[in-house]
Ligand binder design. Structure first.
Ligand SMILES: Cc1cc2nc3c(=O)[nH]c(=O)nc-3n(C[C@H](O)[C@H](O)[C@H](O)COP(=O)(O)O)c2cc1C
Ligand SMILES: [Mn+2]
Length: 478
C-alpha cells in the first residue's frame, strides 16, 4: 500500500523499530542535528521530536527518515530486510512503469496559507545542523520543483534535492550546480533573462523524496517515476502564486521565484562526502512569495556527513541500479553493482564475468557516462566470484589482484563536484579533478595455467570433502 503522506510513513517506521518519538524539548540550534548525527554514526533509529524549543507545541521535526536501506525498503512497501541487490532490481522494474500524477483541487498542504508580506521563514524550526555550519538550513530533505517547456512543446517538471540556507525571513539558497537538472533549468532561464518560478516541498510522501535525490534521466519527471515506485499516482495541487504543481500532502510548501544571476554566499555546511569542504560559495537565491502548510506541520531534515545518512542510503540503491541498467544495455555480463553507502557515494564496485580482455575499461566508460557519477571518482572491477557487497572480499581482491603498475588506470582530468574532498580549492572552484579505476580481474589474455586459484574451501577441496568438513563442524554445534 502506498503511503499517502509522510505521517503514515513515519508511523510505519516506528512500527518497524526504525523511528523513536522523543517527548523532551529539543533545541533546533545544534541539538536536533547532534541527535541525528549520533543516530547515523551509531546506526540508531530516526529521531522524531514532539517538542521544539521556541516553537509552538504542535510543530514537530523528523530526521533521517530514509537513512538506511531498511527505511528505503519500507518506503517502497517492501520487506525491510530486502537485500540491496533486490532493492535495485525492484527499483528498475517499477521505474520502467512510471505513472503520471493527478491534479486535485485542494489538499492538506493548503490548510494554512501565508502570502506576501506575512511570509516569515523563521516561523519554522529550520535547524543549525552541524557544528561549524554557516546558518540555519531550511531545506535539507525536500523537493526543489521547477518546470520547463521542452522543444517538443511538452512540459518537463523536475524534482531535485538541493540544500537551502535561510538568508533572511523571505529568502533562502538553492545549492544547485549547473550540471544538475535544476541548475540547468535555472541557467537556461538566466540566459533568457527570465525569472524562474519554483517551489520547495518539505515532507511529501517518501517516494517523491527518493526520486528527487536519484539520477532520473534528463527530461523525465521524477513525480512520474515516484508514481511507478508507489504504484499509485501522486496527487498534486497548484501553487497560490504560480502554476507550479506540488504534492498535495506536503507538510510545508514554499513558493517563490529566482531572479536571473542573483547570488548570495551560503555555507559552510557538512556534506555527504563526510567532510565540509565546499566552504562558502555564492549560490542562487529563492525569494519566497508564499508559504502553505499543514496543521501540526512535521519539519523533515537530514544531517549529511559521515555515513550512513539519507543520501548514502537512497543513492546507493538508485545509482547502482542505473549503473546496472547501463552495463546490461551495453551487453556487459555484469553480475552485480555495489555503491557502498559506507564509502559515501564516492566508490562503485562492479563484478563481471570477463568475456573479453580489458572489459574494465568498457565498464569505466559506461559507469562514468551515467548521470550522478561525478562524485563516484573511484571504481573497482572484480571477477564474478567476488561479491561486491562483501567488502572484505573486495579488499582482498584489490590487494591481491590489482597490478600496482598495470591495473590502476587514471583519468587525469575529469569533471567533479564542488564538494570533492581530495581536490584542492582551485580544482573545487572549477569542478576539475580526476578519476581512477582499479582492474581487479585476472587478465583475459593470460594462459589458463597462469591464473592463480584461490586457496579456499570451495576452490581447493573436492565437494564431498567440503561437505564432510562442514558436517564435522555441525556435529560440534557450529
Ligand atoms: C539529503 C540530500 C541533500 C542533497 N543536497 C544537494 C545539494 O545541496 N546540491 C546538489 O547539487 N545535490 C544535492 N543532493 C543530490 C541531488 O539531489 C541529486 O544529484 C539529484 O539527482 C539532483 O536532481 P536534479 O538533477 O533533477 O535537479 C542531495 C541529496 C540528498 C539526498
Ligand atoms: Mn531530474
Amino acid at each position: 500500500m502506498a503511503f499517502n503522506d509522510v505521517r503514515e510513513f513515519i508511523d510505519k517506521l516506528e512500527q518497524e523499530g526504525e523511528l523513536v518519538r522523543m517527548t523532551d524539548e529539543v533545541d533546533w540550534n545544534l541539538e536536533a542535528g547532534a541527535i541525528l548525527r549520533a543516530s547515523h554514526e551509531k546506526r540508531l533509529p530516526a529521531p522524531y521530536f514532539e517538542k521544539i524549543k521556541d516553537y509552538p507545541s504542535n510543530y514537530k521535526m523528523a530526521g533521517g527518515i530514509l537513512a538506511n536501506h531498511r527505511r528505503v525498503a519500507i518506503a517502497m512497501d517492501m520487506d525491510p530486510d530486502t537485500p540491496p541487490s533486490e532493492l535495485q532490481e525492484e527499483y528498475l522494474k517499477r521505474s520502467r512503469n512510471p505513472i503520471k500524477p493527478v491534479v486535485v483541487k485542494s489538499g492538506p498542504c493548503k490548510e494554512n496559507i501565508i502570502l506576501g508580506k506575512d511570509v516569515d521563514l523563521t516561523k519554522f524550526p529550520a535547524p543549525i545542523i552541524h557544528g561549524g555550519d554557516g546558518g540555519r538550513f531550511f531545506a535539507t530533505f525536500h523537493l526543489n520543483i521547477s518546470s520547463e517547456v521542452q522543444p517538443d512543446g511538452t512540459t518537463w517538471t523536475n524534482y531535485g534535492m538541493h540544500r537551502g540556507m535561510m538568508f533572511d525571513e523571505k529568502r533562502l539558497g538553492v545549492t544547485a550546480d549547473p550540471p544538475t537538472h535544476f541548475g540547468g533549468m535555472l541557467t537556461r532561464c538566466e540566459e533568457r533573462g527570465e525569472t524562474m518560478k519554483t517551489a520547495i516541498a518539505i515532507g511529501p510522501e517518501p517516494t517523491c523524496l527518493i526520486c528527487s535525490a536519484s539520477p532520473i534521466p534528463f527530461g523525465v519527471s521524477e513525480v512520474d517515476v515516484a508514481g511507478g515506485l508507489r504504484r499509485k499516482p501522486v496527487e498534486l495541487v497548484k501553487c497560490e502564486t504560480s502554476d507550479i504543481l506540488v504534492p498535495a500532502t506536503s507538510e510545508i510548501v514554499l513558493e517563490g521565484e529566482m531572479r536571473p544571476h542573483e547570488r548570495e554566499v551560503d555555507g559552510p555546511f557538512g556534506e555527504f562526502t563526510g567532510y565540509g569542504v565546499a566552504g562558502q560559495l555564492p549560490r542562487p537565491v529563492m525569494r519566497v512569495t508564499a508559504i502553505t502548510h499543514r496543521n501540526n506541520p512535521v519539519f523533515t531534515y537530514s544531517n549529511e556527513g559521515m555515513p550512513l545518512a539519507d543520501s548514502h542510503s537512497i543513492v546507493s540503491i538508485t545509482k547502482a541500479a542505473e549503473c546496472l541498467k547501463a552495463l546490461r544495455n551495453f551487453g556487459i555480463d555484469v553480475k552485480a553493482v555495489n555503491v557502498p553507502p559506507e564509502c559515501a557515494l564516492q566508490l562503485t564496485i562492479v563484478s563481471v564475468k570477463t568475456t573479453y580482455a580489458n572489459v574494465a575499461t568498457d565498464i569505466a566508460n559506461i559507469i562514468w557516462s551515467v548521470r550522478a557519477s561525478r562524485s563516484m571518482y573511484y571504481l573497482i572491477v572484480v571477477d564474478e566470484n567476488v561479491d561486491p557487497f562483501d567488502l572484505p572480499m573486495v579488499l582482498h581482491a584489490l590487494s591481491s589482484k590489482c597490478h600496482p603498475g598495470k591495473g590502476i588506470f587514471q583519468i587525469k582530468k575529469a569533471p567533479i563536484i564542488s564538494y570533492t574532498p581530495y581536490a584542492d580549492s582551485h580544482e573545487r572552484l572549477h569542478r576539475s579533478g580526476a578519476r581512477a579505476y582499479f582492474d581487479c580481474t585476472w587478465p583475459k589474455d593470460w594462459p589458463a595455467e597462469e591464473v592463480p586459484i584461490r586457496t579456499s574451501l570451495a576452490e581447493t577441496y573436492p565437494e564431498d570433502m567440503q561437505k564432510k568438513a562442514l558436517d564435522r563442524w555441525k556435529k560440534y554445534g557450529f
